[in-house]
Design a protein around this ligand. Structure first.
Ligand SMILES: NC(=O)c1ccc[n+]([C@@H]2O[C@H](COP(=O)([O-])OP(=O)(O)OC[C@H]3O[C@@H](n4cnc5c(N)ncnc54)[C@H](OP(=O)(O)O)[C@@H]3O)[C@@H](O)[C@H]2O)c1
Length: 246
C-alpha cells in the first residue's frame, strides 16, 4: 500500500532528496516550501503547495491541501530549517535568532500539531524530524542554531510519551555536514564563503540523509528508530573535520 508522505522544505537539499526517494517507492507526496517554482521540478506529479512554516495561516492551508489531495498523512518529514550567520552570542542579532527559532522550532511545532491528531485517530503515522549533530554538540558561532536543534530532542521525546499506545512513531535523523544550499543560506548568498565549508573534504550528500529517512520509515510498524546520527567519515564532531584527502 502506498503512503501519503508530506515533506516540508522540499524545494532543495535534504527535503528534495527525501521527496525523490519516497517518489521512487511509489508513495503519494505533498511537498511544501516558499519557492513553489522549485517544488514543481522536484517530483512533477506531487502536490506542490506554498508553505512558510513561520506563518500559521500558511501551515493551516498546506496541511488542509495535503489531506484534500492525498488523504490522511502517513509520514511527515519535518525538514524545513536553516542557520543564519555565525555571529557569537555577544555579537548576534535578534533578527537572525528569531528567524532560526521561528523556523526550526516553532515552525516544526505548527506543522506537527496539525498532523498529529489525525495520526493518533488513524492509529498509525510517523513523524520524522531532521535534527542535526549541532543539537548534540554546540560550536562557537552556532549557539542559537545549535539550541534550536537541541530543542527538537525533548520535543521528540515528549511526542513519544504523549502518543504512547497510539501506533505513532517519532524519528530524529541528525546529520553532520551535508552539501546543500544550507551554507549559502547561512552566509546570506555568499557563494565563495559557502563553497569553502565543503572544500577539500567529503561531506554527506542530501541523498545519504534521505536514505536514513527512508530506512526509518520502511521498518515494520512495531519498530521505531528513535534517532539516527549520520556523519561524513571525514567528520568526527561539528569542528573536527579531515581536509585534504588520503
Ligand atoms: N546541510 C547541513 O549540513 C545540515 C546538517 C544537519 C542538519 N541540517 C538540516 O537539514 C534541513 C534541511 O536543510 P538543507 O541542508 O537541505 O538546506 P537547504 O538546501 O537550504 O534546504 C532548506 C529547505 O528548507 C526550506 N525552508 C527554509 N525556511 C522555510 C520556511 N520558513 N518555510 C518553509 N520551508 C522553509 C527551504 O525552502 P524555501 O527557501 O523554498 O522555503 C529549503 O527547501 C534543515 O532543517 C537543516 O537545519 C542540515
Amino acid at each position: 500500500m502506498t503512503r501519503h508522505v508530506v515533506v516540508t522544505g522540499a524545494s532543495s537539499g535534504i527535503g528534495a532528496a527525501c521527496a525523490r526517494a519516497f517518489a521512487k517507492l511509489g508513495d503519494r507526496l505533498s511537498l511544501g516550501a516558499r519557492r513553489t517554482d522549485r517544488l514543481e521540478q522536484v517530483v512533477p506529479g506531487a502536490l506542490h503547495q506554498a508553505l512558510d512554516v513561520t506563518d500559521a495561516g500558511s501551515v493551516e492551508r498546506f496541511v488542509a491541501a495535503a489531506i484534500a489531495a492525498h488523504g490522511p498523512i502517513d509520514v511527515l518529514v519535518n525538514n524545513a530549517g536553516l542557520a543564519r550567520g555565525v555571529e557569537k552570542i555577544a555579537e548576534g542579532t535578534g533578527e537572525a535568532w528569531r528567524e532560526m527559532i521561528e523556523t526550526n522550532v516553532l515552525g516544526l511545532l505548527e506543522v506537527t500539531r496539525r498532523v498529529l491528531p489525525q495520526m493518533v485517530a488513524a492509529g498509525r503515522g510517523h513523524i520524522v524530524v531532521i535534527g542535526s549533530i549541532a543539537g548534540h554538540k554546540a560550536y562557537a558561532g552556532g549557539g542559537v542554531y545549535c539550541g534550536s536543534k537541541r530543542a527538537l530532542q525533548p520535543i521528540c521525546e515528549a511526542i513519544r510519551l504523549e502518543t504512547l499506545g497510539s501506533g505513532v512513531r517519532v524519528t530524529s535523523v541528525d546529520p553532520g555536514m551535508v552539501q546543500t544550499e544550507f551554507s549559502s543560506v547561512r552566509f546570506r548568498g555568499d557563494a565563495e564563503r559557502a563553497a569553502k565549508v565543503y572544500q577539500d573534504t567529503r561531506p554527506l550528500s542530501a541523498d545519504d540523509v534521505a536514505d536514513c529517512v527512508v530506512f526509518a520509515a520502511t521498518r515494520p510498524p512495531h519498530v521505531d528508530i528513535e534517532t539516527i546520527v549520520v556523519m561524513p567519515t571525514d567528520q568526527a564532531s561539528p569542528h573536527h573535520l579531515h581536509r585534504g584527502g588520503r
